[in-house]
Design a protein around this ligand. Sequence first.
Ligand SMILES: NC(=O)c1ccc[n+]([C@@H]2O[C@H](COP(=O)([O-])OP(=O)(O)OC[C@H]3O[C@@H](n4cnc5c(N)ncnc54)[C@H](O)[C@@H]3O)[C@@H](O)[C@H]2O)c1
Length: 455
Amino acid sequence: MALRRRGRPRNPVSKHEKALMARILDGTATVGVVGLGYVGLPLALEFAKKGITTLGVDVDQRKIRSLSSGKNYIQDLNNDEIRDVVKRGTLSATTDFARLAECDVVYICVPTPFTDNKDPDISHILAATKELAAVLRPGHLVILKSTTFPGTTDSYVKPVLDATKLVCGKDYFLAFSPERIDPGNQKWNTSNTPVVVGGVTGACTDLAIAINRRIIAEVVPVSSPRVAEMEKLLENIFRSVNIALVNELAQLCDRIGVNIWEVVDAASTKPFGFMPFYPGPGIGGHCILIDPYYLSWMAREKDFVTNFVTLAAEVNESMPFYVRSMIEREVARQPITIKDAKVLMLGMAFKRDVDDLRHSPALKVAELLFDDGFQHVSYFDPYIPSVQVSGRELTSRKHLTAKYLERQDVVVITTDHSSFDIDFIVEHSKVVIDTRNATRDIAARSNIVLLGDGQ
Ligand SMILES: NC(=O)c1ccc[n+]([C@@H]2O[C@H](COP(=O)([O-])OP(=O)(O)OC[C@H]3O[C@@H](n4cnc5c(N)ncnc54)[C@H](O)[C@@H]3O)[C@@H](O)[C@H]2O)c1
């Protein structure tokens, strides 16, 4: 169900709005995408596939070189589709921001990390905006997609663009439209997932709806960029809080000998009012871990404490420590020391079947093991060839052999990639710590220690 548009005085249509709307509707408006990562490249590809002239801009020379020669570097995208749009000339890529002058619409999809103190770092948004301001012209529509705290579009991006003396809503147009892409998700992608749009003015919203509709089936308008910014944070905090709840209950279940996985499956039979979330070794990626901190930082500025957000982060970020204690308990049960124990971690990516290592809880577990004096930690992950952990470079095993598994004192399933042969792993390992319930179908469980099972 589409949201009802909240009342907002609509300025008379400016000549630039009219001209841009006409170009968007007849398919001649050109699109620029700043930041060609997990969000930006799929977006650019969707426009290019529709025959819309699309220009990608990134500071990373390697990405630009790769794209310019028609080579894809994002796992979910189809190599042939990238090659075809580059060959046809509908998608091109550059490091030259001045070429944004050629585009009618510019999407900003740059990273929004946090600092060491977990405060928001919107420097990439500001850097991209400044580059864009240098070439801003009447008729430009700017759409920020990077996840950020409410007020970023109004209070940080707009002032930089306003400094050009162009008037927002009349000369140029500005909106926030958060990204919902879920890398690895085979069902929901850029084109079939509804998006939310909040423009600074009614004209900004209308234009942002129109361009999004060229590639996305359902576009949901909201009354302002702040609502759209906050809506995105609600989505991610909702996940963070629910995952934290189930992670906390998993630890309780470990104490009382109840299987949390069975509990969640049983609760999921309720046809209404319940949505399953599962425990694990912690949360990672560029979104669920980081985004809640954007809101709590902003709330602090208003003398408000976001208790749910903070508590959820605390529980989720304690999970790698909990997994380390599970590993150490299994080492203590054997006639070996931590220094000599051989630990094999299965899966380094932050979630199943993706090649994304950002803030991976598995990486944190490895780091904690080295901190505690483990010397022989290895891993196997077909998606992640090598990692840097505590100043060491680890490379993934090429294959999992029975001999290698048998030599390990503890095997830990940290990420449940679907290519893992769980029967084979369990058959040849002394002990398997399963943090993802990947062993659910294994009947003989004497060497399996399941997170949240308590057995
Ligand atoms: N990855 C996801 O699943 C996902 C989902 C929803 C929202 N988001 C949000 O989207 C934004 C982008 O995330 P991502 O995963 O695509 O990041 P990413 O790191 O994969 O890609 C960002 C790209 O921006 C480039 N970049 C950095 N600074 C730049 C600048 N000043 N000018 C031009 N290019 C610059 C980088 O080189 C990189 O190629 C973040 O705010 C993130 O929170 C991500």
